[in-house]
Every structure is written in C-alpha cells, then in structure tokens.
Design a binder for this molecule. Structure first.
Ligand code: IPE
Ligand code: IPE
Ligand code: MG
Length: 259
C-alpha cells in the first residue's frame, strides 16, 4: 500500500514524527574549521549517521530518510566524488549486518544506474537482505533529485497507461505519487537540514509539500542524539493544520479524516 495522502489527517500535537527526512549538510565546513581535509568531515559524517539511525530506532520513528548524494553533487571535484563513493561502499560493508540485526529495513533511492556495477550490486543485496525487517525503515537518497523523481514517476505512469491502452488519459495526484521512488513511505512529518543553509537543494520536492521544516547551524558530523531530540521537540510544539483553521484542528480528534 502506498501512503500518498498523509496530509489529510492531522497528527496529534506532541506526537513523535513518523517520518524524518534530513539533508546532512556541513561535513566540508566541519573539517575545514579543524584544518582537516573535507574527506575527514565525510568520514565523521558516516559516524553521525550511525548515531542518528540508532536514536530514531529507539525513539520509535518509523521512517528516516537521509540525503547522502544529490544529482548535483557530481559537479564536485572528481577526488571528492570518488571518496564519497568509496565511503558508501565501506558503510554498506560495515553497517548492513548490524542494521539487519536491529530489524532495520534499508532502501536506497535515486538514479542508481550512474553508480558502478559493484556498488549497485551491494545496494541490491542490502535491500534484499533487509526487505522483510519490521523496525525503522532507513532510506538513503543517492544520486537523488526531487525533479528527477517526479519525472521518472511521470514516465513510468505514462508507460503503464500506454500498456493498458489508456495513453493520454488525465492523471491525478494519487496516481502520480504512487510512482514516486518513496511511494512505500508516508510523506515526511519533519524535515531537518543541518549546516546552516536554508534551502531544499532539490531534495523531496513533492513529498515536502506539508512537512515541518527545522534548520540548524550544527554541522552534520556534530548532529547527535541530543541534537535530534531538539529537532523532535521543536516539531512537537507545532500545530499542523493542512489548510484548516486552528479552531478546527483543536476540535478534531487526531485521527479523524475529512477533506
Ligand atoms: C554534506 O556536506 C555531504 C554531501 C553533500 C555529500 P558538504 O560536503 O556539502 O559540506 P559543506 O556544505 O561543504 O560544509
Ligand atoms: C545537499 O547538500 C545534498 C546532500 C546533503 C547530499 P549540498 O551541500 O550539496 O547542497 P547545496 O548545493 O549547497 O545546496
Ligand atoms: Mg554542503
């Protein structure tokens, strides 16, 4: 089942976010500040991922989505790109067994065809190994772009419509969102960006339509469980309305659905 309409029901104020999506930014500046090569920041960043995954699992978050490499990050110097690819391989080698032991399901989304064959095979194996796990779902967005996602969804939907003899038929939001690469997850409740920038950088454009945004100057390598708790606490104080008035939302029971 896809969860394409998670902006219809207003979750209770104070609830733990079901889905947290994070732009892990500031690795380079973390390193530069310490007179270290940027690479050192990325290595430290992987450690921060481990901490945040554990903290989300402990706090009962259901989906954690991490922007690891954007479709624009290929523009970086070749050495940095290849280091990031090597780190990705090492992280898979080291972490997948641990994730599996902790009942974590791993998904990797993005245009994976641009990665080398070995990395693609490792990703596939990791996804297959953890596919039936029932704990936290961790999604790593790699060579991901929000615009790419919407376009690939439109193309696949169009192909299916043509195959069904319905080419040219008008489509609706639920149909299209069912083809997005994260159709298995509800939309993010909480969007976090570390590193001080206040932009989306082509992350989950469609799915962030009604997410709560949280920006922090903390560089990603310093983002620990306590920093995550601050983000969650900020989320818990907000009243989500999805277009309604505040009075309507406070009258309504949390799970009640209306249009
Ligand atoms: C985020 O940190 C990691 C990736 C984009 C892969 P950056 O590498 O963007 O760090 P800054 O923004 O240069 O500090
Ligand atoms: C966004 O960070 C992508 C990831 C964290 C993977 P960037 O550091 O690449 O973003 P911009 O280009 O500065 O907006
Ligand atoms: Mg950056």
């Amino acid at each position: 089942m896809s969860h394409t309409s998670s902006t219809k029901e207003v979750p209770a104020v104070g609830a733990i976010p079901k889905h947290i999506a994070i732009i892990m930014d500031g690795n380079g500046r973390w390193a530069t500040k310490r007179f270290l090569p940027r690479v050192a920041g990325h290595v430290k960043g992987v450690e921060a991922v481990r901490g945040v995954v554990e903290a989300c699992a402990r706090r009962g978050v259901s989906y954690l989505t991490l922007f690891a490499f954007s479709s624009e990050n290929w523009r970086r110097p070749a050495e940095e790109v290849s280091l990031l690819m090597r780190l990705f391989v090492t992280a898979l080698e080291k972490e997948v067994a641990k994730m599996h032991a902790n009942d974590i399901r791993l998904k990797v989304v993005g245009d994976l065809t641009r990665f080398d064959a070995k990395l693609q095979a490792m990703i596939q194996a990791a996804e297959e190994k953890t596919a039936l796990n029932k704990g936290l779902t961790v999604t790593v967005c790699a060579n991901y772009g929000g615009r790419w996602d919407i376009v690939q969804a439109a193309n696949r939907l169009q192909q299916d419509l043509s195959a069904a003899g319905k080419a040219g038929q008008a489509i609706d939001e639920d149909q299209l969102s069912g083809y997005l690469s994260m159709a298995y997850a509800p939309e993010p409740d909480l969007f976090v960006r570390t590193g001080g920038e206040t932009r989306i950088s082509n992350f989950l454009l469609w799915q962030l339509a009604y997410s709560e945004f949280y920006f922090t100057d903390t560089f990603w390598p310093d983002f620990d469980a306590a920093a995550l708790d601050l983000a969650i606490a900020s989320y818990q104080h907000r009243e989500r309305r999805f277009g309604r008035t505040s009075a309507q939302v406070s009258e309504q029971s949390p799970a009640q659905e209306s249009n």
